[in-house]
Design a protein around this ligand. Sequence first.
Ligand code: M6R
Length: 611
Amino acid sequence: MCGIVGYLGKREALPVIIKGLKRLEYRGYDSAGVAMLNGNLEIVKKKGKVSDLEAEIGTKKLDATLGIGHTRWATHGEPNDKNAHPHSSADGKLAIIHNGIIENYSSIKKELELSGHVFKSDTDSEVLIHLIEEIKRQNQCSIDEAVRLALNEVVGAYAIVVLSKDDDRMMIAARKGSPLVIGIGEGEFFVASDATPIIEYTNNVTYLNDREMAVIKDGSLTVKNLENVTKTPFIQKLELDLEDIEKGGYPHFMLKEIFEQPKSVRDAMRGRLVSREHHLFMSGMDQYLNRFINADRLILIGCGTSWHAGLIGEYLFEELSRVPVEVEYASEFRYRNPVVREQDIVIAVSQSGETADTLAAIELAKSKGALIFGVCNVVGSSIARIADAGAYLHAGPEIGVASTKAFTSQVTILAMMAMYLGLKKGTISMSQYQELLLGLDSIPDKVTKILSKADEILTISKSFYQARNFLYLGRGFNFPVALEGALKLKEISYIHAEGYPAAEMKHGPIALIDEDMPVVFIATKDSSYEKVISNIQEVKARKGKVIAIVTEGDTEIKSMADFTFEIPSISDALVPLLAVVPLQLLSYHIAILRGCNVDQPRNLAKSVTVE
Ligand code: M6R
């Protein structure tokens, strides 16, 4: 949820850290801070964005070759200067940055207060650094031992970096449940929540596992677990280009990522779909093919946009591979007592691979014997690592908080999985299979065609950007697209929007319709086309404004809707991959016209690594 970065080496640390924080700002942006260690331990922190922190630093001399930085998404304590990280110990000799939640902080805090500790902030993170300090004092031990002992006492999730004024060549990092990567350069080390702050300096990295800590001292890295057993770090090469994490001439990451979709969808298919030879290769599924073929049921789990992709997955798997499917919000699944059996396969859908609820849900399912299959974007992420098998999206970094290209890649992967399983089970005919293969293969070009008409969406947006509510309606495969369109709009433009199955409108939402209510219909020529036309008529009869996403050449809906946007024709099962694109653009343009920050919408963060 928060972004953390640390540097120890020969360079000036501050520019490395500030640049890193800007890259990590998608993870949280309500306050930011740095601690620099060079004889003195200097801490500067400020409510607001990293740019506010830079202004606060101004001309302050923060020369140091060791430092840490943090960009926050508030959990405990409102976003303000005092709750911003880094936090320091009572004697001011230790500093910490933390991403995650210390669940038992309140009881630890009470005990520390009894021993005389006074806290300056409302955060759980400050409690942790005081605990480390107290343990060090009581045990007269080294700082890394105090960190290890303290972490054995805390419950919750964390990625932390700790500095000690008594040792200005040492940085200690640890993780449990929150991501942490260590970059290893020539005589220098980096620690960060993801690899983006590291990539331009080195591509040698190691990912800490849960309950592991790294002690970087005097030019060397030691990794051990919280039981004090030394581990050999697995050094791997980063597969990330600098240009992947830059805007590449676009005004916003979200727009760049929307326009990247022809490529990202192609990349999801690369090495898996060979349409000319009518072949699909799903190596992750092959490992467990019998289990897939004999599965009693598939349970698709995710949150937000990934849950919407899961809903489309349900339609795809049921239609093409005739297996019962349930789609679960991870946050609900993990807290009830779900019936999960060994014959179940749980498919975890997550762009980041770090969403706390999804992670906890699959841990629960795994403990009950289900096979876990990950559909993640971030390579080496926690969900990807815990899964028994999986298929990466290969969409490249998604930095805009509103998920766009990850969604289309998730749907692409789920479509290929459903087709592959259908073929292996004999539940789809060869002609249907071949038609879908060719259809999938044509998606990148069709998305390019849609994107070439993005100006039409800008025109529509100008008519509706002041609306206070929006309704999105679709049927069948287009119902989850309606949900996704509504989510995109509300999260970046703050307009209240609801997605509904079009047929459900008359069971309630129709009461909302008047001349001020824009209704977006996903009304492509599919098996429900005639029924959707009736729903459009019902809205028009109540003076609602209709924006319809229609199939190329449609004249009927054009004659009744206020605005239409044409998308190329494709099989019903693949329509979501096209229909969602104009809805992404609609929310983007409306948000821009309303003056919203589309890449960093209020109250949100890119990956939700807390409950
Ligand atoms: O990283 P994940 O796919 O697990 O994230 C799940 C949701 O937090 C995410 O899709 C969220 O809903 C997006 N902001 C939607 O645009």
